[in-house]
Ligand binder design. Structure first.
Ligand SMILES: Nc1nc2c(c(=O)[nH]1)N[C@H]1C(S)=C(S)[C@@H](COP(=O)(O)OP(=O)(O)OC[C@H]3O[C@@H](n4cnc5c(=O)[nH]c(N)nc54)[C@H](O)[C@@H]3O)O[C@H]1N2
Ligand SMILES: Nc1nc2c(c(=O)[nH]1)N[C@H]1C(S)=C(S)[C@@H](COP(=O)(O)OP(=O)(O)OC[C@H]3O[C@@H](n4cnc5c(=O)[nH]c(N)nc54)[C@H](O)[C@@H]3O)O[C@H]1N2
Ligand code: SF4
Ligand SMILES: [Mo]
Length: 732
């Protein structure tokens, strides 16, 4: 006899006519899922499937990965290079030679007139590592500007800065397998089930095998918070206070790992003196979590045999983002939870290759986690690139968030945007719009021609996307994985690597420099730069020298460091307690919390919180055109507490106008108890929406904007007019 589903509703998968499967790594988030793209008899990408024996995702994909085959031909892809004299003119289709010659000539003219740093370059976390490395060589070795940065300033800069301040170098020390070993997990400012669904699945698998406390810190009752054992609805922007208080209890109650601190940490005295002032009662009055709950969580964390913390944008996008990260590191250092199975400080990265640019992109330094401030590092890279080390500045230039004000003030005249869309993703859209209008020359290099940033461009380079190219991505757990060329580039678009190497040819001195034009040759060059010793005399961690594309493919991704061909990649860093500071010790940091956000008042009584939903990716150049993603949230919307709404006479699905000190935006109301009374949450995916309102105060260390905190008021609005405006703003 047949029972249940088999009898009632047998599931049949439609036959998509797949003739061939080709390997890739997902091009959306940093989870790093391995997949295969299915091609039909005509070579069209028709579907994707997860790779069953891949260590990261073990066959799973989320909604974005499942629908990723349709992005190749999505509307709005750029097919030809375009040029125009003024941004208000119509575009002219031109040849690649014309587009590249013209761009090089404009950069040279502007640099001759206003100095080398008057040309700025802002890149991304979404191209291949080999492309990042080549762009860095072009930016620093050929064009010679120090104002070169990436959208990672909006994303991971606080994690990078916090890791460097605590451990001496960037690089997440843990891995997903730590879920299988931990006895306590603290997740801060991360909505893992929606933003990293497959990492969340890994966590759930671990929890199903073995129970351990899951504690989620988020002012919203996110999906993650609903699944947690303990939810700490922290007051926005006060995580540092909570973390200092947790450390206070752990030290005061003798739960610290004294041996680990003595052997591996500097700075204990100052740190202890500072956290002594953050007793649970004092802290509770600032961060809104009761003293008892703070003690309970501290004891759970301090007593666990192995405890780990993960975090994402709720920490990084804050005026104390870098301090928040270092405070998480403090917590793990004093409990001896670094580099051991289940004990770690694991920042959950954002974009598919945000790690690749940090490692090899040269935006904040030089390749392979080298720094501009270090003369030996400058010499090493100058030798590899066959240039004079004097070409490198001895300090890093402006961060992305400082580049825009420098355009405003006239210091920067030209801007090259590579795979980033600041017109939608930067705070204070109106200010960005006025800033972009001031540019003498702007190039936008994007896979999609309808990206909003192109509105102010004088040249547009159509880039090939994701698996139209070959190369590697590094994921959250330092795993390097391969993207193979699944199908040919669309129309006249070209891989970013090709664009960089061809542009380099427009400068005479680049002729003497190595500019390999295949990804695998670039990878070999990177490998040679990845060996050697660090500032503490220990072997460099970011070592890829044992890897090859064939090995990566066979293993479905390998973690660095991998120093020899017969070694396996290393799952954790700092397991020996040796950190990349000169004396090998990590740094405990004493950090005071300052109340420095824009916060609600009488005129603007709500916190405006912003972030993401599972079905969309960033500024929707891709997911906005994938029917099975866009249909879940085609319209800009806002989570609002029903009690607050009824107080203002606002109903579910009604349009309202949000107003901040910067601007206004129309959103549709979604009533939900996920947000408290005094907060609204708006996904940032929609153009001319939340970032028209955001302030984006900067973290002093990382220069990352506090996207998660500013103040707004809510006004009733004419529904028909709002619906029309809403449609007009979001034409696709
Ligand atoms: N579906 C999807 N997945 C994505 C992306 C996407 O666009 N779509 N983008 C990728 C990228 S680049 C990134 S960076 C990640 C982001 O991943 P996440 O950081 O997990 O996502 P966000 O929604 O930006 O923010 C996470 C949470 O921070 C909370 N938060 C706000 N203020 C505070 C605070 O003061 N303290 C604390 N503790 N929490 C606070 C918010 O309420 C929110 O729930 O997602 C990646 N994955
Ligand atoms: N209010 C608010 N604002 C935020 C955030 C928030 O939480 N709240 N989060 C911030 C964060 S964490 C991030 S990471 C940023 C993201 O902000 P952006 O980077 O500006 O947003 P994306 O839409 O990802 O832009 C990437 C662009 O690259 C293009 N692209 C994709 N693949 C390729 C390729 O292979 N080659 C080329 N040349 N182009 C390609 C895409 O079409 C897209 O236009 O937004 C930030 N802004
Ligand atoms: S979890 Fe991230 S990497 Fe995996 S399929 Fe989804 S978007 Fe892609
Ligand atoms: Mo991000």
């Amino acid at each position: 006899m047949l029972f249940g589903r088999r009898r009632k509703n047998p599931i049949t998968l439609p036959d998509k006519g797949v003739k061939q499967w080709k390997y890739a790594t997902c091009g959306y988030c940093s989870t790093g899922c391995a997949m295969e793209v299915g091609l039909d008899a005509n070579g069209n990408a028709v579907t994707t499937r997860g790779v069953a024996d891949a260590p990261v995702n073990q066959g799973k994909l989320c909604i974005k990965g499942i629908t990723e085959a349709s992005i190749f031909d999505a509307t709005g892809r750029g097919t030809d290079p375009l040029c125009r004299d003024n941004y208000w003119d119509d575009w002219r289709t031109v040849s690649w030679d014309t587009a590249l010659d013209n761009t090089a000539a404009q950069f040279k003219r502007i640099q001759a007139e206003h100095g080398p740093d008057s040309v700025a370059i802002v890149s991304t976390g979404q191209i291949l590592t080999e492309e990042f490395y080549t762009l860095g060589k072009l930016a620093r070795g050929v064009i010679g500007t120090n104002n070169y940065c990436g959208n990672t300033t909006l994303c991971m800069a606080s994690a990078v800065s916090g890791y460097k301040r605590s451990f001496g170098a960037d690089g997440p020390p843990g891995c997903y397998d730590d879920f299988e070993h931990t006895e306590c997990l603290l997740a801060i400012g991360s909505n893992l089930p929606e933003q990293h669904p497959v990492i969340y699945w890994r966590l759930k698998e671990a929890l199903e095998k073995r129970q351990f406390p899951l504690i989620v810190v988020d002012p919203r009752v996110t999906m993650f918070a609903q699944f947690a054992d303990i939810h700490l609805p922290v007051k926005p922007g006060t995580d540092l206070v909570l973390l200092n208080a947790l450390a206070h209890v752990i030290l005061a109650e003798g739960l610290a790992d004294e041996q680990y601190i003595d052997a591996h940490c500097n700075g204990r005295a100052d740190f202890e003196a500072l956290v002594a002032r953050y007793d649970p009662l004092t802290a509770s009055k600032i961060c809104g979590i009761s003293a008892d709950l703070i003690r309970q969580v501290a004891r759970l964390y301090g007593q666990a045999g192995a405890a780990m913390s993960i975090w994402t944008m709720g920490i990084n996008q804050s005026t104390h983002g870098s301090d928040g990260v270092s405070a998480i590191n403090n917590l793990n250092l004093i409990t001896g939870n670094i580099g051991k199975p289940g004990g770690t400080s694991l920042s959950i990265t954002g974009q598919c290759n945000a790690m690749g640019t940090r490692e090899w992109g040269s935006t904040t330094g030089l390749p392979g986690y080298r720094s501009l401030e270090n003369a030996q590092h400058r010499a090493e890279i100058a030798a590899a690139w066959h240039i004079d080390a004097a070409r490198f500045p001895a300090f890093r230039g402006l961060a992305m968030t400082d580049i825009f004000p420098a355009i405003e003030s006239g210091q920067i005249k030209a801007l090259w945007l590579v795979a980033t869309n600041p017109m939608t993703s930067m705070p204070n859209t109106e200010r960005i719009r006025r800033t972009m209008e001031k540019l003498k020359f702007c190039v936008v290099q994007d896979a999609y021609a309808d990206v909003e940033a192109a509105q102010y461009a004088h040249a547009y380079f159509p880039a090939s996307i994701w698996a139209e190219k070959e190369g590697t991505f590094t994921n959250t757990e330092r795993r390097v994985n391969l993207v193979t060329r699944v199908k040919p580039a669309l129309a006249n678009s070209q891989p970013d690597l090709w664009i960089f190497t061809q542009l380099a040819k427009r400068w005479a001195h680049a002729a003497d420099m190595p500019f390999p034009d295949t990804a695998s040759a670039v990878f070999e060059e990177m490998k040679t730069l990845s060996t050697g010793v660090d500032v503490n005399g220990a072997p460099r961690n970011l070592d890829l020298s044992g890897m090859s594309y064939a090995k990566i493919l066979a293993a479905r991704g390998l973690q660095w460091p991998m120093r020899t061909a017969d070694a396996a990649g290393q799952p954790r860093l700092y397991s020996d307690g040796v950190f990349p500071f000169p004396d090998g010790k990590a740094q405990l940091l004493a950090m005071e919390w300052h109340d420095n956000n824009e916060s609600p008042d009488e005129d603007f009584p709500f916190w405006l919180n912003s972030g993401r939903v599972v079905e969309h990716f960033h500024t929707r150049t891709r997911t906005g055109k994938v029917g099975n993603c866009n249909k879940f949230s085609p319209t800009a919307h806002m989570e609002m507490n029903p009690d607050a709404a009824s107080h203002l006479g606002i109903e579910h699905m009604e349009y309202v106008r949000l107003v901040s000190r910067r601007g206004d935006a129309i959103v549709m109301v979604q009533l939900t108890h996920r947000v408290p009374h005094d907060m609204v949450f708006v996904p940032f995916h929609y153009h001319d929406c939340v970032n028209r309102l955001s302030l984006g105060l900067l973290d002093p260390h990382s220069r990352q904007p506090a996207f998660k905190q500013c103040a707004v008021r809510i006004e009733k609005t004419n529904q028909a007019e709002a619906a029309r405006l809403n449609l007009e703003m979001r034409a696709y």
